[in-house]
Design a protein around this ligand. Structure first.
Ligand code: ADP
Ligand code: MG
Length: 324
């Protein structure tokens, strides 16, 4: 099984006067051929988790299996299953051309030019790198540099691939291009892939499942449509007219905030919009009762469209509240 298994992973960095618990008891699995997103704010522990799996950071404890191999016991054998593009690393040789880089990195991984040539050309075409094939990487824009790094990782033809923040620093168009390419590659190849990002659009576009990591902990692990459904069923917008009694509106806002911590209030000259995330759909009646008791006039109640961004923010906020 060319998947990934992580169990009870822990990593604490200790510096002179600073202790950072970067990864806390993280467990998950990724099935063969699955494409999974690792989503979390900066500093959440995504890169550390990936580096532990890759054998680049030594975990304090935990079990890591890649492609059925115990990666901590047999790191070299595990490395043969893995390819990665790491955040902030160059990942390529800037004085070599795109094609030379691909041939080089595939070569050190045991994929010869004669064996890989056709596939390398396919990668150039999917990643729209054909016109840059013979250009030195240092002369390329950051979008093309990143696409070259992805091509080099994929060219190794390993069953498992990690892409750490693949669209970081790319402009809108380059980011879109890369996402398109990743989607196409995944549809055609079905490799096991983990993509980390702090940008939910990337994950929502490319991945089937999302694992949300916050302050070193894995707080959510859901299929993306399930996660969105979970939140859309519960997120409501209540619009109150500003024409009513100002004190009544204030009272309604305060009571709503008290009863539903984390609800948001947006004011405009005409209306007050209250956004709530309910843990049970029936709580909407309580909210209506609060409005009625305060004497605020409700204009509309609507169920909110939820995208991954809203779901993500809610998960992270909830986690932050729970941690005080
Ligand atoms: N080599 C290191 N030494 C000390 N602290 C580190 C090191 N690498 C990461 N950290 C800290 O661990 C936490 C998680 O970092 P990281 O895994 O890079 O998060 P992410 O990739 O989600 O942005 C951060 O607080 C970061 O400062
Ligand atoms: Mg990172």
């Amino acid at each position: 099984m060319e998947g990934i298994l992580v169990e009870g992973l822990n990593k604490t960095f200790r510096e002179k006067n600073r202790v950072v618990e970067a990864v806390k008891d993280v467990s998950f699995s990724v099935g063969e051929g699955e494409i999974v997103g690792l989503l979390g704010p900066n500093g959440a522990g995504k890169t550390t988790t990936i580096k532990c799996i890759l054998g680049l950071v030594k975990p304090d404890s935990g079990r890591i299996e890649v492609g059925g191999i115990d990666a901590r016991r047999e790191p070299r054998k595990a490395a043969g299953k893995l390819a990665a593009v790491l955040e902030g690393a160059r990942n390529t040789y800037w004085r070599l051309t795109v094609w030379e880089n691909i041939v080089y990195f595939a070569g050190i991984h045991g994929v010869s030019l004669s064996r890989g040539k056709e596939y390398f050309r396919y990668l150039l075409s999917v990643l729209k790198l054909e016109d840059q094939k013979d250009v030195e990487v240092r002369k390329l824009s950051s979008g093309y540099k990143q696409k070259t790094a992805v091509a080099c990782a994929l060219a190794k033809q390993t069953p498992i691939v990690f892409l750490d923040e693949p669209t970081l620093g790319l402009d809108v168009e380059a980011s879109y291009d890369l996402r398109e390419a990743l989607r196409k590659l995944q549809a055609e190849e079905k490799r096991t892939m983990v993509i980390s990002s702090h940008d939910m659009k990337v994950i929502q576009d490319v991945c089937e499942r999302v694992m949300i990591i916050s302050r070193g902990r894995l707080v959510t692990d859901e299929k993306i449509p399930d996660l969105l459904a979970l939140f859309s069923a519960r997120r409501y917008k209540v619009v109150i007219s500003q024409n009513g009694d100002a004190a009544a509106i204030r009272a309604a806002e305060e009571k709503a905030l008290e009863r539903f911590p984390g609800c948001e209030v947006k004011r405009s000259p005409q209306t007050v919009e209250v956004f709530v995330n309910l843990s049970d759909g029936r709580q909407i009646y309580e909210l209506v009762d609060i409005m009625r008791a305060s004497g605020a006039a409700i204009e509309t109640i609507t169920q909110e469209e939820v995208d991954l961004e809203k779901a993500f923010l809610e998960v992270v906020r909830r986690e932050a509240r729970a941690c005080g």
